[in-house]
Design a protein around this ligand. Structure first.
Ligand code: PLI
Length: 466
């Protein structure tokens, strides 16, 4: 069969110059950043794969929409545009804008969680769990076991384990479970999707017990692309239809608009319940801003409304996930260990298999991310024990089974050649993996420590020996 390449459904109108650095400059920069890629100034970064959050390139239509910002304090026209986009594409009745996803998580947690409650979810996310714990709740992981195994080829590794959920309901009783947090796709598992069948079954189980479901819809459209590709009965359905069906099994969502919605800032809470919406509006005015802007400028809401409509385009999503799969394919050919199947928003390197010589206490994923930066100026992110933090009860480090380095692909930003350079650097490091040195903490912040922690090599003064 003749090979047909995929390509982006856009062309480039504006370019942003990047600074190339030498290895000596990068060695100084990473030491200055305490071997934490979050602390690197972006001017020292060549290809920035730290995150896909807020790093998308907006379209000309979105930029035109920015000019239509109605910056009224109350009742901005752009709020109504966003409200109708959320109603049309996600199907929820009430929209409460927030400055970004964690603002929505904060308000939802405060509205619903009482001290001592259990909050089940298909794997934790850092900010989500932090807000659940801040409200006095305890996160309980109910994802299927396959999600914790980087080598499992399960097509929907984000699925909820109904047995684990039922056992929790039996143990604590439904009255102590304010809601289930359903992530679509599951970031910390490697961008793994949930299946529609699982969402349907989880919804039936929760409804039987009167437990609400709130979806983390941050990358739900990416999830819908996987449902279309992998789940029988969805191959010919528009992504917009699949999204509406997925949302119909839930009672609302928190959203970081900085991912699927293709904006640089913004988020929202959306719910169906009138009383909960009223409670949330009362809180949003305390923490974010008036309920018709939630900390956003009118122009930001307009860009998000347009971005939502663009995000459900099949051609957009096919190219977006196609680029992630392209990078994964290059690495796979070189035998680089990674989470499989490849997820929606990035390639997640399996740092334990990459660096078997480093014990968990030396944070292999943190060390690998730092070494990658030194080698090529590619910035990635640790998603392992540093991100997992300490158990609030025991104070001990949490060591999740997954110790990953995330190469996260911003939407509509980098070219295939950037992916080639990234793959060459990762593959080269894999061949010289014996030169990578473990790290120890020199400063450990109390909450969400991965953002600001500082480290030093456990021996010598380099994370990547020459
Ligand atoms: O960064 P925020 O506050 O807009 O959103 C928080 C957030 C919530 N849920 C999920 C699944 C996320 O991935 C998420 C943020 N993610 C970041 C920043 C990331 O780099 O993945």
């Amino acid at each position: 069969m003749q090979r047909r390449s995929w390509a982006e459904p856009f062309k480039i109108k504006v370019v942003e110059h990047l600074r190339m650095t030498t290895r000596a400059e990068r060695e100084r920069a990473i030491a200055g950043a305490g071997y934490n890629t979050f602390l690197l100034p972006s001017r020292d970064v060549y290809i920035d794969l730290l995150t896909d959050s807020g790093t998308s390139a907006m379209s000309d239509r979105q930029w035109a929409g920015m000019m239509m910002g109605d910056e009224a304090y109350a009742g901005s026209e752009n709020f109504y545009h966003l409200e109708s986009a959320v109603r049309e594409f996600y199907g929820y009745r009430h929209l409460i804008p927030t400055h970004q996803g964690r603002g929505a998580e904060h308000i939802l947690s405060k509205c619903c969680i009482k001290p001592g409650d259990s909050v089940p979810g298909n794997m934790y996310f850092t900010t989500t769990r932090a807000h659940q714990e801040l409200a006095g709740g305890q996160f309980v992981d109910v994802i299927i076991d396959e999600a914790h195994d980087p080598a499992s080829l399960h097509p929907f590794k984000g699925d909820v384990d109904l047995g684990k959920l039922s056992a929790l309901i039996g143990r604590v009783g439904p009255a102590r479970i304010p809601y289930l947090a359903l992530h679509a796709t599951v970031n910390m598992a490697g961008g793994q999707p949930i299946s529609m069948a699982n969402a349907r079954e989880v919804s039936a189980l929760c409804r039987r017990h009167g437990i609400r479901i709130f979806m983390d819809a941050t990358r739900a459209v990416e999830n819908c692309w996987f449902i279309r590709e992998r789940e029988p009965g969805y191959a010919d359905r528009p992504l917009a239809d699949i999204l509406r069906e997925l949302c119909s099994y839930t009672d609302g969502c928190t959203m970081s608009g900085k991912k699927d919605c293709l904006v640089n800032i913004g988020g929202f809470l959306a719910v169906n319940d009138d009383a909960l919406a009223e409670q949330a509006r009362n809180l949003v005015v305390l923490f974010e801003g008036l309920h018709t802007y939630g900390g956003l400028a009118g122009r930001d809401m307009e860009a998000m409304a347009i971005g939502i409509a663009e995000s459900v385009s099949y051609d957009h999503m096919h190219a977006r996930i196609g680029q992630v799969q392209y990078l994964a394919g290059l690495l796979e050919r070189e035998g680089v260990p990674m989470v499989r199947p490849v997820g929606g928003h990035g390639v997640f390197l399996d740092a334990r298999a990459f660096l078997p010589q480093l014990p968990r206490e030396q944070f292999p994923a943190q060390a690998l991310a730092a070494a990658l930066y030194v080698d090529s100026g590619v910035r990635a992110m640790e998603r392992g024990a540093v991100s997992a933090g300490r158990d609030p009860q025991t104070g001990e480090n949490r060591y999740p089974r997954l110790e990953l380095v995330r190469l996260t692909i911003p939407r509509r930003v980098y070219t295939q050649a950037h992916m080639d350079v990234t793959a060459e650097s990762v593959a080269g490091l894999y061949q010289q993996r014996g030169r990578i040195v473990g790290l120890r903490f020199t400063y450990e912040p109390e909450s969400l420590r991965f953002f600001q922690a500082r480290f030093a090599p456990v021996e010598g003064d380099a994370v990547l020996r020459r």
